[in-house]
Design a protein around this ligand. Structure first.
Ligand code: GDG
Length: 508
């Protein structure tokens, strides 16, 4: 079996990764099961003088064949690459928030600089048979940097966040460069079918990408596969959840609604609080009968766009609690801190409703964790935003529009009043999906598809020479301004819609 090299912005010890939740758990599991490297930033920020290009390599005690390999960032890199281009350009634009993007000309060169530095540090560690898996928006240019250094191993990219509609993507000043960098991968994995369609459209619009007969996309003469691999959880971790009797406000007969979201503007928290306030106002019979527990750990607090949201939520919860609260009942229980992972599981289990209403989300793993923690005999009901990637899979949740406060308030009532047989039916179908598309299925589907692209390359004899030639072309073409066809003039479009559907088929 080939060795696997995982590259992600943030790398952590496997023990910590298991506690962090999200995709770090899946990466840690993968590296326990299969030999390889996990390469990326160690989370430290150092001054320019202390900075080093020699990575720190630690063997994994539990698994002699794997290692974690990390580098620090300098202060300038942290500001312009991490807080800047990654989290003040790509994150907001990819979440449809052009209004929050900061297009600062200094960000992109530093973003490229970090990717180049990471590629140089990683290059000597790559063996000829390795398969390379790059994660997320911080590292889009990594493959093109590795190719420039002569790496012709299969390289795949997985984007955890959504792909915006093409017109939004085109607003990024460096959109052609990003298209060129994306085209350097053999395989791009995305969360949803809608993301696949958006990325193909963007490559067509930005750099005249073409859909090939075999369903791949050709951009700069480099064939690229774009497929959907919805990210999953390990449901067994949540299976043994028990109701938590230490929770505050466990008033006799009161039901709990749980929300767990990083404090990010994409998560729709103000709209969620408004909907809960509206629910209490519209259905006063539920006052003193329901509590909303919202866990919202801090995140990226040094990014400007995040400064207001904390204050907004404190004000909103204060207002709703002041308006409806009683001496023995506080409607919103809002915690701006991280909770331990096993506690989270038990809180999910103790909650009649899971309220997951992001304005935009790549997947939204917490909704899957909530379902997996439920009592199969008496499960709770997830309410899920239609703009979370998870809505493409969890169709038996109550799906809502997070901009529609009235609809969300009504969904809370529907969930509270749903009879047990319907809850069990929905839960059973949801668990089927969650089990089928678990985290192990996700990584193995992605890696086997990537390995298949490598085999195809060998069969068609596209070796290092051809890759380098294609990369050279890619570099020169990207520097020329690319014509953006006027609206409606894409003659190939009608003829390709069928192909696109086929091409966009599941990567699972
Ligand atoms: C990105 C994309 C995509 C949260 N609060 C606490 C805590 N968590 C854990 C959850 C879950 C993970 O963090 C969050 O995952 P999400 O998927 O919900 O959201 P993002 O962090 O935005 O993740 C997202 C994901 O990547 C994977 O591809 O689904 O769309 O934005 O596992 O349990 N864990 C602990 N305490 C907390 O307070 N221990």
């Amino acid at each position: 079996m080939r060795r696997i090299v995982v590259v992600s912005n943030r790398v952590m010890e496997l023990r910590k990764a298991a506690q962090a939740g999200g995709v770090a758990v899946a990466v840690a599991d993968l590296l326990r099961a299969r030999s390889g490297l996990w390469f990326g930033w160690n989370g430290k920020v150092v001054d320019e003088q202390t900075s080093t290009d020699v990575p720190e390599i630690k063997g994994l005690k539990s698994q002699g064949r794997s290692a974690i390999v990390t580098l620090p960032l300098t202060e300038n890199e942290h500001r312009d690459y991490y807080l800047g281009y990654s989290n003040s350009v790509l994150w907001p634009v990819f979440h449809n928030r052009l209004d929050l993007a900061r297009f600062d000309a200094g960000f992109y060169p530093r973003y490229m600089g970090v990717n180049e530095r990471f590629a140089r540090a990683l290059r000597p560690l790559i063996q000829p048979d390795d398969i390379i898996w790059v994660h997320d928006y911080h590292l889009i240019p990594l493959a093109s940097e590795l190719r420039r250094l002569g790496v012709d191993n299969p390289i795949g990219f997985y984007l955890h966040i959504p792909v915006p509609p093409s017109q939004t993507f085109l607003a990024i000043p460096e959109h052609r460069e990003l298209a060129r960098e994306l085209a350097a991968y053999d395989l791009i994995g995305l969360q949803t079918q809608a993301d696949v369609a958006n990325l193909i459209q963007f490559l067509e619009d930005s750099v005249s990408g073409r859909i090939l007969q075999d369903g791949r996309i050709s951009a700069f003469d480099h064939p690229l596969s774009i497929k959907r691999f919805p990210v999953g959880i390990d449901p067994d971790v949540f299976h043994n959840a028990v109701p938590d009797d230490t929770l505050v406000q466990s008033i006799e007969g009161a039901e709990r609604i749980i929300g767990v979201d990083r404090l990010d503007y994409s998560k729709g928290l103000p709209q969620k609080f408004s909907a809960f306030g509206r629910f209490l106002e519209k259905y006063p019979q539920y006052q003193r009968k329901v509590v909303l527990s919202q866990i919202a750990p801090p995140t990226r607090e040094s990014v400007e766009a995040y400064t207001d949201i904390r204050q907004t939520l404190e004000q909103m919860s204060g207002k709703i609690n002041g308006m409806f609260g009683e001496l023995d009942w506080v409607p919103i229980h809002y915690i701006h801190r991280s909770a331990p992972r096993d506690k989270l599981r038990d809180v999910y289990r103790s909650s009649r409703i899971g309220l997951f209403t992001p304005l935009r989300d790549g997947m939204n793993l917490v909704s899957k964790e909530y379902v997996a923690s439920q009592d199969p005999e008496d499960p709770g009901v997830p309410i899920l935003s239609r703009f979370a990637g998870a809505a493409e899979q969890l169709v038996d949740a109550l799906i809502v529009n997070p901009y529609n406060v009235e609809e969300m308030a009504d969904a809370i009532k529907t969930a509270l009043e749903m009879d047990r047989s319907e809850r069990i039916e929905r839960y059973t179908r949801l668990m089927d999906v969650i089990r089928t598309y678990d985290s192990a299925a996700w990584s193995s589907a992605f890696l086997s598809t990537l390995e298949a692209t490598a085999r195809e390359r060998t069969v068609s004899n596209v070796g290092s020479h051809a890759i380098r030639a294609s990369m050279a072309k890619l570099a020169s073409v990207a520097r020329r301004p690319t014509r953006i066809p006027p609206e409606g003039s894409r003659s190939a479009q009608d003829g390709t819609s069928k192909q696109r559907k086929r091409h966009a088929g599941n990567g699972e």
